[in-house]
Design a binder for this molecule. Structure first.
Ligand code: DGT
Ligand code: CA
Ligand code: ZN
Length: 573
């Protein structure tokens, strides 16, 4: 059994115990072990053979015995007895957003529902609404949850996949015979989630490359191994595939493997219009003559096009724009000069203002806004109104220390409360150099209500940026059900900037909404929302999302020269 399979077994036990009504600390123990199995970095079967199961974080005597039985026999008596009481299919129901173990137990015990299909049928048939604690609204929510489940199953967040892909790339480049290597697929296009990791190597002789790829640490299973393509599954469940091609054909291969499929279909059509057939091997003329492309520029050039950035390759108008010479001049990471949404120990950040400032400077930033959470009402750990002056004094002292190289701003991330009001009064907001307003709670309010709430913030003249506008969390939480048309129209009118939050669990606004926003003349902000100096590096994901949205530097207030940015902030209330 792989780490991933073992982890899934323990998660299944936890889920079934939850539904059975077991106390939380028991089920938490199983979940903790599942997590540590997936981050262990080595094969649990090896640890077992060394007799060191108890050294794995979270593994006590009872769990070690279960692991031993599973690794020895592939089965577990405890789980079999549990499944005899609680049908295993019930665990699937926990994946429905906002549906917890108590409700699942209720549906099971009162209506005999044990599968997603039965749940859907019961919800559609109006059978859930009459149960205790249920109603027509909560029934409709379950249908919406089932729908969202269908949309997002089985994908890995970019923030998890990307660092793994980069490590694999570094490893590949050290393999003898590899002259070039690249990320491909949705990973290279920097999609918010990826189905799997695609990599490409240029090598005259691919056998050694393939062998190195399938024998890298963490591989649980080889799904396929050939001369031009191999694929593996890692102990944590992630899958990767590697293509190898001779260096002279690397360009067409990379173009093919980068996708998207939709982009490739359109590009092949364009090639046909020009009498060429395009494959991962070459461009081929009608007379059979091959045009080999060692790099992607040559592929696009052979079709009369400038090179198209991978983030644009979605058949969303990029080939037409390339033909017309109107590709966007996309923003790049080096162009971002300001971090306008960050936290310190004054709220839930892990570093002091001084540490954050030094990190921002080391990062090459020229402006850092410290925007701690508001602590007006009910938000625990936020910046209390009576502490604002003391925080200002600390910011001034750090400003003295760092000098002109970095401009520090005192800001706030003000909470948009459930009733739509802001967590600081206008008089308090007026004291800050910059105000980010965000939703964190009551995201599941009905569309009209949650939209009206956000509109209040968009129209408040003290608010400069709307932080992570929809509140989505990747991969598990859908954003609020906002009327995005209304939000964008109001933002265009009020002049507020909308954030692309670079935290890879957010990437909010997403590429689609951000592209619409710039089309309406709305300013964007790209912020990391750093709670730790290390988070500043996550700008990469925010920039990538912006690039997928066709964003150019002038659309983004973080790229403006500091004086222009400060003048804009001063021009607002
Ligand atoms: P993913 O993995 O679901 O996030 O999305 P991709 O885009 O990485 O897709 P994947 O992994 O199935 O395939 C990687 C690339 O290979 C894809 O972006 C384009 C290319 N490709 C795969 N299958 C086809 C196909 O049937 N037609 C064309 N034109 N290209 C394909
Ligand atoms: Ca892929
Ligand atoms: Zn924040």
């Amino acid at each position: 059994m792989t780490n991933h399979e073992l982890a899934n077994t323990f998660r299944l036990i936890a889920d079934l115990l939850d539904i059975q009504g077991e106390v939380i600390y028991v089920t938490l123990a199983y979940r903790k072990v599942a997590d540590s199995l997936e981050t262990l970095g080595r094969d649990i079967a090896d640890v077992w053979r060394e007799g060191k199961l108890r050294e794995v974080p979270g593994v006590g005597k009872a769990i070690a015995e279960k692991m031993d039985e599973l690794l020895r026999t592939g089965q577990l008596g405890f789980l079999e007895r549990l499944q005899a009481e609680v049908p295993a299919t019930l665990a699937e129901l926990l994946r429905v957003p906002d549906l917890g173990p108590k409700k699942i137990a209720l549906f099971w015990r009162s209506l005999g529902i044990t599968t997603l299909a039965q749940l859907e049928a019961a919800a559609r048939g109006g059978q859930l609404r009459s149960l205790a604690g249920m109603g027509a609204k909560s029934e409709a929510k379950i249908l919406a949850g089932l729908e969202s489940l269908r949309r997002r199953s089985g994908r890995t967040p970019l923030g998890m996949a990307y660092p793994v892909g980069v490590q694999m790339l570094i490893g590949l480049r050290t393999v003898p015979g590899v002259v070039d290597a690249a990320l491909a697929g949705s990973l290279r296009r920097m999609k918010a989630t990826v189905g799997d990791l695609d990599l490409l190597a240029a090598a005259a002789d691919s056998a050694a490359v393939m062998q190195a790829f399938v024998s890298q640490p963490g591989v649980a299973r080889i799904l396929g191994q050939g001369n031009t393509k191999s694929s593996v599954e890692f102990v944590n469940g992630l899958r990767a595939q590697l293509w190898a091609h001779p260096p002279a054909r690397f360009g067409t291969a990379l173009q093919y493997a980068t996708g998207s499929k939709e982009h490739n279909v359109r590009l092949r059509q364009l090639a046909l219009d020009r009498g060429l057939s395009l494959s991962d091997q070459a461009l081929t003329a009608a007379d059979g003559r091959e045009i080999l492309c060692a790099n992607e520029e040559e592929v696009y050039a052979a079709l009369g096009l400038p090179w198209i950035a991978p983030e644009l390759r979605g058949d969303r108008g990029e080939i037409q724009a390339a033909l017309a010479g109107r590709l966007p001049r996309l923003i790049t990471p080096g162009q971002r000069r300001a971090e306008l949404h960050s936290h310190s120990t004054w709220s839930d950040g892990r570093a002091s203002i001084r540490e954050m400032a030094l990190a921002a400077r080391a990062h090459g930033l020229q402006v850092l806004a410290v925007t701690d959470h508001s602590g007006g009402l009910g938000i625990t750990g936020g910046l209390k109104v009576e502490d604002i002056a003391r925080q200002r004094a600390e910011i001034d002292a750090v400003q003295q220390e760092v000098g002109d190289s970095l401009r520090l701003l005192q800001g706030a991330e003000v909470e948009i409360r459930a009733d739509g009001s802001l967590d600081y009064s206008d008089e308090v907001l007026a004291q800050f150099d910059i105000v980010v307003a965000s939703l964190h709670t009551s995201l599941r309010q009905p569309r009209d209500q949650v939209t009206a709430r956000l509109l209040n913030a968009v129209r408040n003249p003290h608010v400069d940026i709307i932080g992570h506008p929809t509140g989505r969390l990747i991969p598990d939480r859908e954003g609020a059900d906002l009327d995005m048309d209304a939000i964008l129209a109001a933002a265009a009118q009020s002049g507020v900037a909308l954030e692309i939050n670079a935290n890879p669990s957010r990437l909010d606004l997403d590429d689609i909404a951000a592209r619409r926003a710039i089309g309406m003349g709305i300013r964007l902000a790209i912020n990391t929302d750093a709670h730790d100096p290390e988070h500043l590096a996550q700008e990469l994901f925010g920039i990538a999302t912006a690039r997928r949205a066709w964003v150019e530097p002038q659309h983004v207030i973080n790229t403006w020269p500091p004086d222009a940015l400060l003048a804009w902030l001063r021009s607002r209330a």
